[in-house]
Ligand binder design. Structure first.
Ligand code: ADP
Ligand code: MG
Length: 464
């Protein structure tokens, strides 16, 4: 009964509209997903039609659609909803498949393919020379990774593969670039992210061009692959990766790999690949300690001073403050420092700790990691109900509202996707989460009691 009602409402509500500016949404995609994923996948999405509560997006092929839906759909929806909250669903339309079939078939000139794959891969095969050993600051958390990286530059294929893992923003990509830059003059260095590797793999299959793909990668004498955790699922792809890997090792090419986790913890990756990946040297990078953070800040200030020949005075006190307040990673640390430096340049003054607190208020609050567990505990405590009650299937309001509030906060304060949140609430469906978010958003706009509850919960979670 309820379902039918909803359907009727859907039809009623789905009026055609056009308020979205697709370019702006694309910009937000690039920011949230990073340039790799953006340029491989999201850039190619077009907006075909917009309705009050859903949109139709155009994607070139069916494969493309499946890929995007299985990996990025939640986040895409989340971004779109930042521009238009009433959107609750996305549909896809395949735009290019027919075109491809008719035109590509006649155009297949085998020699042009080689240059094409070369050009497109070379575009992404650029090492960044600004990320080198000279400006990588050594500390207790990264010294083993750093010395291993340097060692293989002196003597390649001694540790093969070198596998470096660690959390976000701790310097993995920096180290890979440093190795590649160092070895570039004497070797055929190939540097690619796993995302890109997959992209080219799939493109080659589509174009019936696997031979070139294989040759291309197997020619390298140093093969560097960033963020290997993205290679997962897709048997055929893993198979190809495995063969590439083996043939490179056989001819003593050096392989360097980075990941956010150790080889054995990779998801949906074949066992034999995992064990192959563990077969060389596995090293990790830990989050920086206070000493390393301080050194990184000082080094960066020195570098800026000598690069721009300008006065830049940041007090010891402020340096300490930034180092100790920035909790998570080096990327965040540098972001925070940049902000402080910009501020001090604009206002031409020596900053105090209080200035910094003001400049960085939002950053440090956001950076606190809030987990779904913590939200569930805080919310159930706050409403004086037990956690199992809150997660149960019972629908009485005294349980249902806190449950919805907890889902709402999970959506707002963590980066978890809707299905993930659903799963963590006793395996509920993501549509239930969407419904909860909508309900609480609406209530907190018009109901003072709800507004107060949400604010208090937010500050409980953020201040701890
Ligand atoms: P990851 O690939 O591990 O996510 P990155 O290599 O992209 O991290 O590092 C994030 C930022 O922090 C980059 O700007 C990088 O240059 C910088 N960085 C990380 N570790 C160090 C370090 N030890 N010394 C100097 N800069 C660092
Ligand atoms: Mg990286």
């Amino acid at each position: 009964m309820e379902k039918n009602n909803n359907k009727a409402k859907d039809i009623f509500r789905s009026e055609e509209e056009s308020t979205l500016v697709w370019d702006n949404i694309q910009i937000s995609f690039e920011k949230t997903f990073g340039s790799e994923i953006y340029s491989s996948w999201l850039k190619n999405i077009t907006l075909i039609k917009e309705f009050n509560d859903y949109i139709i997006l155009g994607v070139p092929t069916r494969f493309f659609r499946d890929w995007i839906v299985s990996r990025y759909l939640d986040k895409i929806l989340e971004q779109v909803r930042k521009f238009k909250l009433s959107i609750n669903r996305i549909e896809f339309k395949i735009t290019d498949e027919q075109k491809l079939n008719s035109s590509e078939l006649f155009k297949s000139d085998p020699t042009s393919k080689i240059t094409e794959i070369k050009d497109s891969i070379l575009n992404y095969n650029r090492l960044n020379p600004n990320l080198n050993f000279d400006n990588f600051v050594e500390g207790r958390s990264n010294e083993i990774a750093l010395s291993s990286a340097k060692k293989i530059c002196h003597q390649t294929s001694r540790y093969n593969p070198l596998y470096i893992y660690g959390g976000v923003g701790l310097g993995k990509t920096h180290l890979l670039n440093a190795i590649g830059t160092e070895l570039q003059s004497k070797n055929n260095v190939m540097f690619i992210s796993a995302e890109r590797f997959m992209y080219h793999f799939i493109k080659s299959i589509k174009k019936n061009d696997m031979v070139n793909f294989k040759d291309f990668f197997r020619k390298s004498s140093v093969f560097i692959i960033d963020d290997i955790q993205f290679i997962r699922g897709k048997e055929s792809l893993q198979e190809e990766f495995f063969h590439t890997f083996n043939s490179l090792i056989e001819k003593s090419s050096q392989i360097i790999i980075s990941s956010d986790r150790p080889p054995m913890k990779l998801d949906r990756v074949q066992e034999r690949i995992k064990s192959r990946l563990s077969g060389g040297l596995v090293v990790d990078i830990d989050p920086p300690d206070l000493d390393l953070k301080t050194k990184i800040i000082k080094k960066r200030i020195e570098d800026l001073k000598s690069e721009f020949q300008e006065d830049l005075v940041i007090s010891e006190e402020v340096i300490n403050f930034i180092a100790s307040e920035s909790k998570t990673n080096v990327r965040e640390l540098i972001g925070v420092l940049n902000r402080v430096i910009t501020f001090s340049k604009i206002h031409k003054k020596l900053l105090t700790i209080n200035d910094c607190k003001n400049i960085l208020k939002d950053v440090f609050n956001q950076a606190k990691t809030i987990t779904i567990d913590k939200i569930q505990n805080t919310v159930s405590n706050y409403f004086n109900i037990s956690l199992p009650e809150m997660l149960s299937q019972r629908r009485s309001r005294p349980l249902a509202r806190p449950r919805q509030i907890a889902m709402y906060l999970a959506k707002k304060l963590t980066t978890r996707s809707l299905p993930e949140i659903g799963r963590r609430f006793a395996n509920r469906d993501h549509t239930t989460v969407i419904h909860a978010v909508k309900t609480i958003t609406r209530l907190s706009e018009k109901d003072d009691e709800m507004k107060k509850n949400i604010n208090q919960l937010r500050s409980l979670l953020l201040e701890e």
